[in-house]
Write a protein that binds this ligand. Structure first.
Ligand SMILES: Nc1ncnc2c1ncn2[C@@H]1O[C@H](COP(=O)(O)OP(=O)(O)OP(=O)(O)O)[C@@H](O)[C@H]1O
Ligand SMILES: [Mg+2]
Length: 238
């Protein structure tokens, strides 16, 4: 039986650097020949593409908060079954841009539905598949949104929604700190943050190649700790 893969998720508000960090981690894994898959929610399955079009298009009609939550959750059910689980079963490292926490933060805390109710539905839909590590890129909403040109339906919502989203993410991280690395999203260059993320990823139980461990120790993998970093990843930073 082959080893099961590892499931790493990037979470955080809009424009916090999730895609940047996902690209950098995937690039490093590729460089060292680690079997991996980069994916994202919502939208990385045939059904998800339709859901993404519906929920994010500024041209969509009014979608009630409960309908919005169910659409996102349907995307997750399909994505886990069609993309994430098969890759983990093949032994791949799955690197995902947004997962269940985003739905809890945006559709729960943000849209003011009961987070525990949304969570029950989302866990049911995903067969309770939890990330081995969630990297939460934390940033005040104004800074993140400022980086975005044309805003989608969610990004265009009021800043108080985005403040609740931020608090929602942080509350989830506090609940299970061993499985989170919370990174102030502008506390260092993308390269410095990627180095800290990589070292935390290498703590996961997975047959990482020696070359990758060696690279993580080098300064070009982000030698200095960005200010204010919190979470178990701190243990690795000299
Ligand atoms: N550590 C950093 N310091 C400064 N700027 C950064 C950092 N990381 C990313 N950025 C910049 O912030 C912007 C948003 O980055 P990115 O697209 O990766 O964020 P995102 O979280 O994926 O956004 P979205 O929610 O829109 O998908 C980009 O212009 C990127 O270059
Ligand atoms: Mg992105």
């Amino acid at each position: 039986m082959s080893t099961r893969g590892a499931f790493v998720v990037f979470e955080g508000g809009d424009g916090t650097g999730k895609s940047t960090q996902q690209r950098m981690l995937a690039g490093t894994l590729a460089e060292h020949g680690v079997d991996h898959l980069s994916t994202f929610e919502p939208g990385d399955s045939w059904l998800g593409r339709e859901v993404r079009r519906l929920v994010l298009s500024p041209g969509s009609g009014d979608i009630t908060p409960r309908a919005e939550a169910l659409l996102y959750i349907a995307d997750k059910a399909q994505h886990v079954a069609e993309v994430v689980e098969p890759a983990l079963n093949r032994g791949s490292v799955v690197v995902c841009d947004r997962y269940v926490d985003s739905t809890l933060a945006y559709q729960g805390a943000g849209r003011v539905l009961a987070v525990d109710e949304v969570e029950t539905l989302a866990r049911w839909a995903t067969l309770d598949l939890r990330p081995d590590l969630t990297v939460l890129l934390d940033l005040e909403p104004e800074s993140g949104l400022a980086t975005i040109g044309e805003r989608d339906r969610i990004e265009a919502a009021g800043v108080d929604l985005h403040e609740r989203v931020r608090a929602g993410f942080l509350a989830l991280a506090r609940r299970d700190p061993q499985r989170y690395l919370v990174v102030p999203a502008r506390s260092g260059t993308p390269e410095a943050i990627a180095g800290v993320v990589l070292r935390r990823v290498l703590e996961l139980d997975h047959p990482w190649p020696a070359s990758l461990r060696a690279a993580a120790g080098r300064p070009d993998a982000g030698g200095r700790r960005p200010a204010g970093m919190s979470g178990p990843g701190d243990r690795l930073v000299p």
